[in-house]
Design a protein around this ligand. Structure first.
Ligand code: SF4
Ligand code: SF4
Length: 276
């Protein structure tokens, strides 16, 4: 099974849920696709890390071969090429590496060169494989790196998605079997949950909700779930000790037997919901 864990904003508990869930599943793979802030490794402490660079093809103009025909500029649908002084100029920040300009160039003046977009670290934590995507500073799009991280999915895989509902989240969930939305019981939490809920429905994925940091037996997220007929998979009570342990880089299921039991029951429900 492939489980995508997502939330409308950072700080809701998405990484808390995905790391703890991965830790209670035998031989799981944890993929950190939150590549702008990959912090699952701070809780999982992977060892035996192997690092690989990830690149994407970036067009570069060979001025000696360019005849100034403009074919490359005309084909680019992303506005990544401008025509200045009779030659094309590439704006790497907006280039989607689609390869169109290289294909149409009649003189092979538009050359594709590898451009580093980030790294992937692969290590182990207990019997779990931990894969972390780390986007290079200043890189505009996370999507190609996320796509490379997702290729490491193996067996029971937990995907720690980027926060929000942008294209990087869409990339992260598109191959998943089930989406777990993490929400906190506040008005802002409800607003952000609504955004990811809309996205998950668009992708026609099965889904459920984990309510994190519950202080009451019933709250406004429960109301929302009732109205929308969404299953509440797990309610995690607010607990100061858990918050302190997490802040110190300690995984809750390795500290607290009740928390371990809760996450094991969540894993059982997800196995059941993803049965083919
Ligand atoms: S690779 Fe695609 S997006 Fe990038 S400049 Fe060429 S046509 Fe535009
Ligand atoms: S298509 Fe090739 S030859 Fe024509 S302007 Fe672009 S780089 Fe130059």
């Amino acid at each position: 099974m492939q489980i995508a864990v997502l939330s409308g904003k950072g700080g809701t508990g998405k990484t808390f849920v995905s790391t703890n869930l991965a830790a209670v599943i035998e031989n799981s793979t944890y993929l950190d696709c939150d590549v702008e802030e990959p912090d699952g490794r701070l809780l999982l402490h992977p060892v035996s890390i192997q690092t690989e660079k990830v690149t994407k093809p970036m067009p570069q103009v060979n001025a000696d071969k360019c005849i100034g025909c403009r074919a490359c500029v005309d084909i680019c649908r992303f506005g990544a090429l401008a025509f200045l002084g009779g030659k094309p100029m590439v704006f790497p920040e907006v280039c989607h590496s689609c390869g169109g300009c290289t294909l149409v160039c009649p003189t092979k003046a538009m050359e594709a060169h590898p451009h580093e977009i980030g790294t992937i670290e692969t290590g182990t934590s207990g019997n779990m494989e931990v894969v972390t995507g780390i986007l290079s500073i200043g890189e505009a799009s996370a999507v190609p790196l996320i796509s490379a991280v997702l290729k490491k999915a193996k067996g029971n895989t937990i995907i720690d998605c980027p926060p929000g509902s942008a294209c990087s989240v869409m990339e992260s969930i598109k191959g998943s079997d089930y989406c777990v939305m993490v929400a906190e019981p506040t008005i802002f939490g409800l607003h952000n949950l609504n955004m990811v809920y809309t996205l998950v429905k668009l992708f026609h994925k099965p889904y459920g909700i984990v309510i994190n940091k519950c202080e009451d037996d019933y709250n406004l997220i429960d109301d929302f779930c009732k109205k929308e007929h969404i299953e509440v998979l797990l309610r995690i009570p607010f607990d100061k000790q858990t918050a302190q342990d997490t802040a110190r880089g300690k995984l809750a299921v390795r500290q607290n037997a009740a928390m371990k039991q809760s996450f094991m029951s969540l894993a059982d429900k997800l196995r059941e919901r993803t049965k083919k």
